[in-house]
Write a protein that binds this ligand. Sequence first.
Ligand SMILES: Cc1cc2nc3c(=O)[nH]c(=O)nc-3n(C[C@H](O)[C@H](O)[C@H](O)COP(=O)(O)O)c2cc1C
Length: 181
Amino acid sequence: MELFEVIRARQSVRAYQSRGIEADQLNAILSAANQSPSAGNLQAYQIILIREQPLIRELVKATYNQDFIAQAPIVLVFCADTERSGAKYGEAGRRLFCVQDATIATAYAQLAATALGLATCWIGAFDEKKVVGLLGLRTGLRPVAILPVGWPAESPPRTPRRSVDELMSEVRRPTTESARG
Ligand SMILES: Cc1cc2nc3c(=O)[nH]c(=O)nc-3n(C[C@H](O)[C@H](O)[C@H](O)COP(=O)(O)O)c2cc1C
């Protein structure tokens, strides 16, 4: 698929087939994430792979019981590495850059999965402390996005979007005329 087709094809899918995912498909998704840009090229994120069903079912509880996640053969948890970015950028790295790094990687992974015909849904509603505890994340790793990945078992209607005109605004320097009032 061409890039713009992939972007158009991606949508949140919340039902998956029982079919598993091949190792090369998983590798393609992770390699795409690995190509994403990051602050200072630090790649201040860690991707946690979960494919054991009992663990996925435990994870569901930490997502306020978004049960459909348990249908997915694999789940990726994208974590911001606050220490890695903080070591170079201090507060901005800990608070913002590592979160941006992790979210961009998540977006790349979503698009790569779509290009392979796979489906995902970005899960942002979860109890952070529970996820940290369940996955035994080391200090400094902060989960920011949970991504179930599987073969689609539904074709939901497209979600609407704001118009580009509404979400974009242009700022121009005031002309000398208008500046004078
Ligand atoms: C930051 C973020 C958090 C989200 N959290 C959830 C979530 O917890 N559960 C869920 O089912 N969908 C979640 N979504 C998916 C959105 O609902 C979805 O992207 C949006 O409705 C647009 O639909 P589309 O992805 O099909 O284009 C989240 C998306 C983002 C970007």
